[in-house]
Design a protein around this ligand. Structure first.
Ligand code: G3P
Length: 277
């Protein structure tokens, strides 16, 4: 089971690396925007060289840990061109670039592209470029992406839960826990075409891949709290990606703090003495 940090903030990535807890990094255009705004604001000059910034991240993360970089285009041609450009421009830095392609780049709900995302995944995979297929909300999207040659698929667990709660008008905070076994409205389970929670989506994809021996990693994304991370891991995710705050929360428990307080209080001088070099 691998853990990635979901961040484009180089300071956050460095903290996670120093904590020896991450095996890779995922970014997306929204995370890049957030990081750019933070560092531009800080320098006060409004300048940040994007190419150098991304290269610094790749170098810091290092060769054995994949870093997902997303395309911006929404057509097959644009996505393939941008995917190849990203890979050519950045993979030389630390040989760790994975190109992120949306499973369906359509910007309209009622329009169906001619498999642009799937075709782009296939074209890039044929060139030996590793692809992380993003914005996955159904097992069948994951199946098509895997068949096209994606190395990883990213079900957006937290956003599934947002969607289900919004459907029934339930108020929630971004980090709130959503039960893996779903929620009930009236007598019926709230569901989205047979998916009852983000973790359930992860579980269904993991089961589908395992049943058919599909060699594609399930990367549980949009993880909002430690319990969701745990449940995604138990559901069979090969990787979970989470923001630094959630990774930090994974070490917390009030009884751990209570125990630490008691142990530090009970240290007798003789014991303290033998701990000294
Ligand atoms: O990994 C996908 C992620 O960046 C989306 O997370 O919390 O914005 O749904 P979130």
């Amino acid at each position: 089971m691998k853990l990635f940090i979901d961040s484009a903030d180089i300071e956050e990535i460095e903290i996670a690396l120093k904590g020896s807890i991450i095996d890779g990094v995922t970014t997306n255009p929204s995370l890049i925007k957030k990081a750019v705004e933070k560092y531009r604001g800080r320098s006060g000059k409004g300048k940040l060289d994007m190419q150098t910034y991304i290269e610094d991240i790749l170098r810091l993360v290092g060769r054995s840990r994949p870093v997902s970089l997303e395309v911006a285009g929404t057509s097959y041609r644009e996505m393939v061109r941008e995917g190849k450009t990203l890979y050519k421009r950045f993979n030389r830095v630390a040989r760790n670039v994975v190109v992120k392609i949306p499973v369906n780049p359509s910007l309209k709900l009622d329009s169906v592209s001619d498999f642009d995302g799937i075709k782009a995944i296939h074209a890039l995979a044929q060139e030996g470029i590793p692809v992380n297929c993003t914005l996955v909300f159904t097992p069948e999207q994951a199946l098509l992406a895997a068949k096209a040659g994606a190395k990883m698929v990213s079900p957006f667990a937290g956003r599934v839960d947002d969607y289900l709660r919004t459907k029934i008008g339930k108020k929630f905070g971004k980090g709130d826990y959503f039960p893996a076994h779903g929620i009930v409205k009236g007598k019926a389970l709230v569901e989205d075409n047979g998916v009852i929670s983000g973790v359930d989506l992860v579980a269904q994809i993991a089961q589908l891949f395992s049943l058919h021996n599909i060699q594609c990693e399930v990367l549980a994304a949009s993880i909002r709290n430690p319990r969701q991370l745990r449940e995604a891991a138990l559901a069979g995710a090969h990787i979970a990606t989470a923001p630094l705050a959630v990774l930090k929360q994974c070490t917390q428990h009030e009884k751990t703090v209570e125990g630490m307080k008691k142990f530090t209080k009970d240290i007798v001088p003789e014991y303290a003495k033998i701990l000294k070099p």
